[in-house]
Design a protein around this ligand. Structure first.
Ligand code: TYD
Ligand code: MG
Length: 451
């Protein structure tokens, strides 16, 4: 038997090298090379491809794309993040901190299938008894789901080909291993090879696959970034474990909108979709507090009201910019705009920013609300709690339009906001009942409208 060949690949840039080195020669990152098994290379230069003539070149109009069949998961919020249901033969990676609810959500999704006998739940972390206990807590203990406790990927695939499930869960991808590699389960190369084999299974057999992935300290799914490239959809659980609410965000989706949010509440019967998510992020007290403002955010395909809090305090030493749920570089950029175009200097001030409710804001529509919160805290004067904001701020201090203007305004009206400060280009064309919309062109104009 020929000796199995191995190569080394960089986890950061994916480049290959025949020998292990401490530093990747391509991207320069340290200690990032891991062993991978080589598939048998074809002999000669072209012969390897000669026999495989099943594929042909086609011109685009000849291709009749059949609409991808989607299977409802039975959980509205999960369908929403998936882009309208689970696509046949697609691979969904679900990441999140331990204990956040990944196994719970997937067990619920499987038992909600029209025919639960077509689901296979592969557990590598928990025993079958533990899964059964959880199912009983969720009230689905009697569902005829198929369970399998197995970690060797070749056996999983062989069984899947026999059982022919429609939906399969691998919980988790860090526990599986393939015989072809020597390294320990959970190592980067094992995770990647195992996942690659499972992805191929999904594509060839049409089984829809959920892969559960753990998140490491930095918040990335432990294992190579390549895992995110291989799958069709990447979902992350966001938010705090101690909070009652769980937010699932689509980071990547080949079949739907990215940044789509699914919002759940953890109850004693598992995760329940939240039908009116804006209400949970607003803890509007009766007395408006300095530094607190409400913004209308746009998450995936729906508007969401989110409360933002800023605290500006005199700095003793190097001024600090600390953010929770927001990019701190973007805050620094906004503070520079505030200095140049709003006439407020923050370079002797600490600025703390918190997005309430454990959501992460990734869109620029939050810019105006953030500066309004900073202004309010700096002056120590509360902003009327019937005002909501949205709008992007440019480096010239101008206010730029953001997508979904009309829908954002309507969402704010729905929750009882009486006034809105928005970019000029987002002004509604006709008057909306019950709300006064101030369409402004610049940061300074917006500020003059606030008080
Ligand atoms: P779990 O789904 O096992 O998380 P993961 O697979 O992401 O590690 O954990 C769920 C957590 O939620 C656990 O701390 C217990 C709690 N929980 C409930 O509050 N209600 C329930 O019905 C269930 C099943 C779990
Ligand atoms: Mg789990």
């Amino acid at each position: 038997m020929a000796k199995a060949k191995t190569q080394y690949t960089c986890n950061d840039c994916g480049s290959l090298s025949p020998k292990w080195t401490g530093q990747c020669i391509d991207c320069g990152s340290w200690n990032s090379l891991t062993e991978v098994a080589l598939t048998q290379a074809p002999k000669g230069r072209w012969q390897g491809y000669a026999g495989t003539q099943e594929t042909t070149v086609q011109s685009l109009p000849q291709i009749t794309a059949k609409a991808s069949t989607r299977l409802s998961t039975g959980i509205d919020e999960l369908d929403r993040v998936l882009g309208g249901g689970l696509v046949e033969g697609s691979v969904v990676l679900i990441g999140g901190d331990p204990g956040i609810g990944k196994s719970t959500l997937l067990l619920q999704a499987l038992s909600n299938l029209p025919d639960p006998t077509l689901a296979l739940y592969v557990t590598g972390e928990e025993s079958l008894q533990q899964v059964s206990l959880r199912a009983q807590r969720l009230g689905v203990g009697k569902m005829p789901l198929k369970l399998l406790a197995e970690t060797q990927v070749e056996s999983i695939i062989a069984l899947a080909l026999v059982q022919k499930p429609r939906v399969m869960v691998i919980d988790s991808v860090q526990t599986i291993f393939t015989q072809t590699l020597q390294s320990a389960p959970g190592s980067v190369s094992q995770v990647r090879e195992g996942a690659a084999l499972l992805v191929r299974l999904a594509k060839q057999s049409g089984i829809s696959l959920y892969l559960v992935g753990h998140v490491n300290k930095d918040g990335a799914i432990a294992g190579p970034r390549v895992l995110e490239h291989m799958v069709d959809t990447v979902l992350y659980f966001e938010g705090e474990k101690d909070s009652r609410f769980r937010v699932v965000r689509a980071i990547k989706n080949r079949f739907g909108a990215v940044n789509e949010l699914g919002i759940f509440a953890m109850t004693d019967k598992g995760l329940r979709g939240v039908s009116n998510p804006s209400a949970i992020f607003l803890s509007r007290s009766h007395h408006p507090a300095p530094g607190t403002v409400v913004m209308v955010s746009w998450e995936g395909s729906r508007p969401l009201l989110i409360e933002i809090q800023a605290l500006v305090d005199e700095s003793h030493g190097i001024p600090r910019r600390v953010t929770v749920g927001y990019d701190h570089n973007r805050l620094a950029l906004l503070l520079a705009v505030l200095n140049r175009h709003g006439g407020l200097a923050m370079h002797q001030m600490d600025v703390f920013l918190n997005v309430v409710g454990g959501v992460k804001i990734v869109e620029t529509g939050a810019d105006l609300a953030i500066l309004a919160a900073v202004l309010s805290s700096f002056r120590n004067v509360a902003i009327d709690n019937a005002i909501a904001f949205f709008g992007e701020i440019g480096l010239g201090g101008e206010l730029r339009p953001v997508p979904g203007g009309q829908e954002r305004i309507l969402e704010a009206v729905k929750h009882g906001f009486k006034r809105l400060i928005v970019p000029h280009a987002n002004a509604p064309r006709s008057k909306i009942e019950g709300v006064e919309v101030y369409a402004v062109n610049s940061v300074s104009e917006a500020f003059s409208r606030i008080y």
